[in-house]
Ligand binder design. Structure first.
Ligand code: A1S
Length: 213
């Protein structure tokens, strides 16, 4: 059975093998499948500047195998929108202790039936609600907008779309709410809380850094 595990600096020692799989899958999916060649690494592991002690991973794991994943990162730290894509948010980049950036979202090919996807979306809402996170920001290709709408997410564009590597992309902020969680939980066929927090003191928020912008 697939479960979504929360992995942070605090419990990563329990998940070294899963994290290795996650980075390898990121390379297979983002570099080899999606063609994001700037991310190519000779060791076949996709690791970037934000894979550090502040990153929080929500990993979909089935019988020891990572089948999907995503990353959250504090916006009070320099992050992808502030450092690379600031032009997509011309009226200001949302940065606060309760706003996290959402990146590196994927489901492995064999699980692309929508179910693992909905579980990952529900996990993101559930984790953020539990941690007092009110919004997540993301840079996405435009096809995410109807997907989020179908998932019941409330989305606030941070600017107009721009072409990035031949694809129209947008920066957006997604509201975290009980209503969104309940909506996507139904789509995922979940009745209640679903996150595994092995080896973590709960809630995690005390470890989330409150760093000056
Ligand atoms: C940053 C993301 C942030 C959120 C953090 O009938 P279809 O096949 O057309 O239905 C598809 C499309 O409508 C759309 N879709 C998926 N990939 C697309 C693409 N590359 N271009 C245009 N539209 C695309 O979603 C529908 C369902 O997709 P799916 O793959 O059949 O199934 P599933 O289970 O919903 O999985 C969706 C995801 C996006 C998770 C999966 O396709 C995936 O992991 N893709 C590779 C990783 C990726 O591109 N991640 C997003 C950027 S990270």
């Amino acid at each position: 059975m697939t479960c979504i595990h929360v992995v942070t600096q605090e419990n990563r020692a329990l998940y070294e093998e899963s994290l290795q799989q996650f980075h390898r899958l990121r390379h297979q999916i983002f570099v080899e499948e999606r063609g994001w060649n700037d991310l190519r690494q000779s060791d076949g592991l996709e690791v970037d500047a934000y894979d550090n002690e502040h990153a929080i991973y929500l990993l979909a794991i089935d019988a020891g195998r990572v089948v999907g994943g995503q990353r959250l990162y504090p916006t009070l730290m320099p992050h992808m929108i502030s450092e690379v894509f600031s032009g997509l948010a011309p009226r200001g980049i949302p940065q606060a202790a309760d706003i996290f950036e959402w990146t590196r979202y994927f489901v492995v090919k064999e699980r692309r039936t929508g179910r693992t996807d909905c579980r990952l979306l529900a996990a993101m809402q559930e984790f953020c609600l539990e941690e007092g996170i009110s919004e997540v920001t993301a840079v996405v290709e435009m096809w995410w907008l109807p997907r989020w709408q179908q998932a019941g997410f409330k989305v606030r564009p941070l600017g107009l779309p721009q072409m990035i590597e031949g694809q129209p992309c947008i920066a957006a902020a997604i509201e975290i709410s009980q209503a969104s969680l309940e909506y996507v939980r139904k789509l995922a066929g979940l009745r209640g809380a679903s996150l595994i927090r092995e080896g973590l003191s709960s809630p995690h928020a005390q470890q989330v850094p409150h760093v000056a912008a």
